[in-house]
Ligand binder design. Structure first.
Ligand SMILES: [Zn+2]
Length: 263
């Protein structure tokens, strides 16, 4: 089934179906491009499918529901192979809430765009257009960066010089429990380093912050060093078995190394 048919089916099965015409009409009236309307249509269909599967009451759809969908479901979504950016998803769903409000279906208020939202959008554009990262990767990095920025700035302007190395260190320590393996944990570090590097391109001095975000040691990839067997040790000592001063010195070093288990 192609994505358009799948979206149509998801909408037809969902409790949002009576409001889809009003949704389309809104975008046509606002002169949105057909490409944007199509993207939003797929976003709403995916959201509608999740609402149906989760047995949610559309009377109570609000910002928190959107957050749950984007930050929860989308991270582990297996219902579709086509992904749209978090930014587009968020925009499409905010419009949906507005339309449901306008039609008297819900009464939730739309959260205004915060400085952190704007910062994340700029970072997403950089990852997309400069780094060429995949949507799934960008979504993962944005979630981590959002947690860092939200903790520090809440709804106040994002000022990078206000982030201290200790803030980053404590953030990493708090986030550690979310990750079960060093591989997963590396994603956190990669995301933070990526964000700080992005800020470098904006002219910020953040090397001291990058230095705090270190990758965990991956000891399981290391193996014990090979040691000499008894025969090899005897051969080595025999080659040094004479009275030259330099050999006596070397022999002493070799004995020390052998006694300490270094050979
Ligand atoms: Zn899904």
């Amino acid at each position: 089934m192609n994505s358009f048919n799948q979206s149509t089916l998801w909408l037809a099965e969902s409790p949002l179906v009576p409001y889809i015409e009003a949704y389309k009409k809104y975008f046509i009236q606002e002169s949105y491009s057909s490409k944007t309307i199509k993207s939003y249509f797929h976003c709403i269909a995916h959201f509608a499918h999740w609402v149906t599967q989760s047995n949610l009451d559309i009377l109570h759809i609000n910002e928190a529901t959107i957050e749950e969908f984007i930050n929860g479901h989308l991270l582990e979504c297996t219902c579709t192979n086509s992904y749209l950016s978090v930014r587009i998803m968020h925009a499409a769903l905010i419009h949906l809430i507005r339309i449901l409000n306008d039609n008297g279906i819900t009464t939730s208020s739309c959260r205004k765009v915060t400085p952190t939202d704007e910062e994340l959008q700029a970072y997403d554009n950089y990852m997309n257009h400069v780094k060429g990262l995949a949507q799934k990767t960008r979504r993962q990095y944005l979630r981590i960066t959002e947690r860092l920025l939200s903790e520090k700035f809440s709804e106040t302007p994002v000022i990078i010089s206000a982030i201290k190395p200790e803030d980053v260190r404590q953030f990493i320590n708090r986030q550690k429990k979310r990750y079960s393996t060093s591989g997963n944990f590396s994603v956190l570090i990669t995301a933070l380093r990526g964000y700080f590097r992005y800020r470098t391109t904006c002219g910020d001095q953040v090397n001291h912050l990058i230095g705090v975000a270190n990758y965990p040691a991956n000891w399981q990839l290391s193996s014990l060093p090979k040691a000499l067997n008894n025969e090899e040790v005897e051969c080595l000592l025999e080659t040094l078995d004479n009275n030259r001063a330099s050999d006596r010195k070397t022999k002493a070093i070799v004995h020390c190394a052998l006694d300490l288990g270094l050979l």
